[in-house]
Ligand binder design. Structure first.
Ligand code: FMN
Length: 210
């Protein structure tokens, strides 16, 4: 129940008050991102944590001038791999072997299956697949923020190419896909804060197959 109460408390905050979030809470939200499940465990994305005011202001200008980008405490930028490469796949499979301390034939066969499929695919298909994994972590970050009573604004309203230039993401072979400003609601100036949450009916959402 506590989870549902917190998810009802959260909303896509439209105005924040520039209050800083404690490092402890940020660490918890980052841990939730890190613990998100991803396809084949590849974690094909990185997260930039922007606290520099000048950089936030620059990003606001290419994010439909949405005020929370400047007025948040921490701006999370989810950036997915631009492609699946042999090196990227091998790095994660090698990490699994290192952490678990053994090599497994089934796992090595699975590695070879991915290596013979992913790097040859259209880079756009691979980026879209990687971005989907980033969105899983993004969703966990939203829930974790709510649990910590930190406000957040899920945000796709920005120019991804312009943001990639600001953060020099191309060089890292990353492409931004979604933003999450984190901070505290400015109750006086947020038109959304007291409005009811709107969701379609469970009948329209759920089909039970018995
Ligand atoms: C992927 C994604 C992108 C969104 N982009 C924006 C955005 O650019 N600006 C904004 O104010 N809200 C944005 N939203 C917020 C949604 O409008 C909001 O989550 C939805 O209306 C449900 O309301 P609630 O989050 O307050 O419950 C986005 C939400 C998601 C999940």
């Amino acid at each position: 129940m506590e989870l549902i109460n917190k998810l009802n408390w959260r909303y896509a905050t439209k105005a924040m008050n520039r209050q800083k979030i404690s490092q402890e809470k940020i660490d918890t939200i980052i841990e939730a991102i890190s613990l998100a499940p991803t396809s084949s465990g590849l974690q094909p994305f990185e997260v930039y944590v922007v606290t520099n005011q000048e950089v936030k202001d620059k990003i606001k200008a290419i994010a439909w001038n949405q005020a929370v980008v400047s007025d948040c405490s921490h701006l999370l930028v989810f950036a997915a791999w631009d492609n699946y490469t042999e090196a990227r796949i091998n790095k994660m499979f090698d990490l699994v072997n290192e952490v678990r301390g053994f090599k497994n034939e089934g796992w090595e066969n699975y590695r070879q299956m991915l290596l013979s499929n992913y790097p040859q695919r259209d880079p756009e298909v691979n980026f879209n697949h990687a971005a989907k994994q980033a969105y899983i972590a993004f969703s966990q970050a939203i829930a974790a923020a709510a649990f910590e009573e930190v406000d957040a604004t899920p945000m796709e309203g920005f120019d991804a190419n312009a943001l990639d230039e600001i953060l020099d993401l191309k060089k890292e072979r990353l492409r931004s896909c979604v933003l999450l400003p984190l901070g505290y609601r400015d109750v006086k100036n947020d038109w959304l804060v007291n409005l009811k949450k709107v969701r379609k009916s469970k009948e329209d959402l759920i089909t039970v197959v018995e």
